[in-house]
Design a binder for this molecule. Structure first.
Ligand code: HEC
Length: 154
């Protein structure tokens, strides 16, 4: 009987060993994630727009489409001035941020909120996080043009 108990304990011991084995693997994964975070580009953010440029002049048709989208989807939280409704006002946003960063923020909001150190800090300031609105690339581009117009692009 005693030998049987020993046998069971030995098996349990083996279980613990193999568990800690997989824990080590977990740690290795954790390290890989950290490396990824270090690689986050705080100027351009993360998403499909890592190499993004616009033509200098304003595309007023596109800006008008952007205004429509802003009015229906963004105006409840974002002012066009400096004041905070729920999120930051958009006055000067195209100077504060790279245009690629803004495109990534609009189309890849959740990942940006997870990875951008400055956005993480803002969570306390704004209390609410920007929801994932699944804005399409095209719509984001139109809203960006409206932001540029708001900041004086002609
Ligand atoms: C429910 C409120 C809410 C709505 C609706 C909303 N946002 Fe936001 N947004 C926020 C908050 C809050 C932040 C600040 C970042 C954070 O802490 O989540 C933010 C941040 C941003 C930023 C970064 C601005 C900066 O100065 O860094 C951009 C760009 C942005 N939102 C775009 C949009 C667009 C485009 C829409 C509409 C399609 C939109 N948001 C709709 C709440 C909202």
């Amino acid at each position: 009987m005693k030998t049987k108990v020993f046998y069971v304990i030995a098996l349990m011991g083996f279980g613990v060993v193999s568990c800690s084995g997989s824990n080590n693997e977990g740690q290795a994964n954790g390290e890989a994630e950290q490396v990824e975070e270090v690689q986050y580009d705080s100027v351009l953010g993360v998403g499909d727009f890592m190499d993004f440029k616009v033509e200098e002049g304003l595309n007023s048709g596109l800006a008008l489409k952007g205004k429509g989208l802003y009015d229906s989807k963004c105006a409840s939280c974002h002012s066009l001035k400096n004041d905070v409704i729920v999120g930051p006002g958009w006055s000067g946003v195209t100077e504060r941020r790279q245009l690629g960063w803004l495109m990534n923020m609009m189309t890849n909001t959740t990942e940006m909120l997870e990875k951008d150190p400055e956005l993480k800090k803002q969570i306390e300031k704004y209390k609410v996080q920007m929801p994932e609105l699944s804005t399409s690339d095209e719509d984001a581009r139109a809203i960006l043009e409206y932001m540029r117009q708001n900041d004086g692009a002609k």
